[in-house]
Write a protein that binds this ligand. Structure first.
Ligand code: ZN
Length: 104
């Protein structure tokens, strides 16, 4: 990404680079909150490759940085799945696919 010089535009572009889509934004008084979801979601277990059943979502806070001088929080709604393989040791997994998310 080439910075545009517009911090709001750069923030939006950065979320796209992270594989996120912005779903909502809010002014919470002293804080701007940006809510996002991953674009690509994998519903297969990373250990046994069996498909999972959607269980719930968790909210992860990724950054807490000032944008245009205002504190901004990026919250990501991450889907979680239950592995359907009864012999698998992993019972729950998240649907994130990117290496930058999973640390793999
Ligand atoms: Zn599994």
């Amino acid at each position: 990404m080439h910075p545009t010089g517009n911090l709001v535009a750069d923030t939006i572009c950065r979320t796209a680079e992270l594989g996120l889509t912005i779903t909502d934004a809010a002014d919470a008084g002293t804080l701007t909150i940006i809510n996002a979801e991953p674009v690509d979601v994998a519903d297969t277990c990373p250990d046994c490759a069996m498909p999972g059943v959607k269980r719930d979502h968790i909210r992860r806070r990724l950054v807490d940085l000032p944008v245009v001088g205002f504190p901004t929080r990026l919250n990501v709604r991450v889907p979680r799945f239950t592995c359907t393989n009864p012999t698998c040791s992993r019972k729950i997994f998240h649907g994130l696919t990117r290496k930058s998310w999973t640390g793999n």
